[in-house]
Each structure stands twice: as C-alpha cells, then as structure tokens.
Design a protein around this ligand. Sequence first.
Ligand SMILES: [Zn+2]
Length: 280
Amino acid sequence: MSFDVHVHPWTRDFMKKNGPIMKACDFFKLDVDKLPGSTEQILEEMEASGVARAVILGQDTSATRNPAFRNYTLRNDEIAAMAAGSKDRLVPFAGVDPNAGSGAVKELKRAVRELGMRGLKIHSSANSVYINDRKLMFPIYEYCQEAGIPVLLHTGTTGLGDTEIRYSKPELVDEVCTAFPDLKVVMAHFGWPWPEVTLAIALRSPNVFIDVSGWKPRYIPQSVMPYLNGILQDRFLFGTDYPMLRHKEWMDDFKASLEPKLKPGVSEKLLSGNAKRLFA
Ligand SMILES: [Zn+2]
C-alpha cells in the first residue's frame, strides 16, 4: 500500500480565492470545475487508487508581505483536525511563516507538541524567503533537527503565480544540510529544472530525500532514472501534489510508464518503504 508524501488539502472554494493557485491551475491545465469540493474527497480518491496514507501539508503566509498570498494560510489547527478524523491515514505537516521570526518557531513548537504535527512544509517562494536564510530559516531548522521531524521544502520552479523561483533553488539546500547534518530534508519535485543539483545534494547528504510530486511519472527526467534505480533508490518518495495531480491519474501513469522501468524492489521503496524510513 502506498504513501503519498505531498498532498495539499485544498478545495475548489479555497483555491478560487487564491490568485497564485489559480495561475497554477492554468500551468497544470486543470479544469476548475473538476477540482475537489470537499477535503473528505482526498480520502475517497486515495481509497479508490490504493493509496493507504498521505501527508497533508500546512501553509502559512500570515507574515508575508506579498499581497497575492493574503488568503493562502491554512491554520495548523485545521490541518490537525483533518488528520485526527482520518484514523492515521492522513499525516499532518505544519506550516509556519518564516517572516514571523521567533513567532514561527513558537508556532511550530505548539504544532508539534500540542497538535501532534509530524513534520513541517515550507514553500520559500510563497514566503519570499530564501531556503538558506540564516536569520529566518535556520532557527526553524534547528528546532526540526532537535525534535527529529522532517522538513519538506519546495525546490525548483513553481506553478504558483506571483512568486519568484530564486528563493527555492535546490542549490540553497546544500548549505542547510551542511549546517544541520541530522536534519531530515525532503526536496520536493526533484528541484526541476535543476534535478542534477538535487541529486548531487542527496549524494552528499544521507538525510536528504527527494519527492517526485507534481510530475506525471512518465515525465521524470532521464537524468534522474539511474539514481532512482540505483545509488539513491532508498531516498525517493512518491508524491502526487494533489489536487494538481490526482491519485488515479498518477497511479495509472505510474503503472503504464515508470513501473516497468524500475528494478526489482525499487517500486516498493518509492511507493512506501522510503516514506516509512522518513518517519523512523
Ligand atoms: Zn505542492
């Protein structure tokens, strides 16, 4: 049974009030009327595609100056409540806004200790903060390392409108891994268009994982394949980026295009084994 590490618990109504997300829908060529009407739909769609568990991602732009992200925050209490009703099928990741400074660390501590959040998600481009910002990001990483929770970082380009890629370049993760060698980091979307940089960082840093979300499996770059099938086979994680890609779409494409190319055992590691190790 598979474990999706990258799900946004968004509904159509939430998406419609966020210009940057609607621009992402254009980017992914999504029909707005087919977007999820409720958060319960996540569990239904997972069930129908044999996906046993999923990480649901928080997001917080409450202290970010970019006005396009005014309606973008999903409160940690909401994320925790969704997970609480899911019989452990949904694994909650907190969102905090690094621009809040010490308030971000305080909220993260509350989310972990009081709400039982199991990790953190940061989308640096949405927050207009560099991944390697020593003042705003490093105190957050320090707490994650100490608490033993993974941080999932958006890396590479983004479909989100009204943002800049420069904050999320995968090369910035190298400095983080050097400063926090015990921190578990997930580099989302293999950092495209810099997948080789992402691979190099994972080769240097044993606690780096790479999620393949946001891409139909058939489009995973050729340069990534030998690593997925070889030396980094213990580090790749299945993710959809729901609702930008839906579970059935991803799984059908995986079975038709990618699974036949994987060496024995690699499919199981990608779909669930590595995610279990992420939380070990
Ligand atoms: Zn995403």
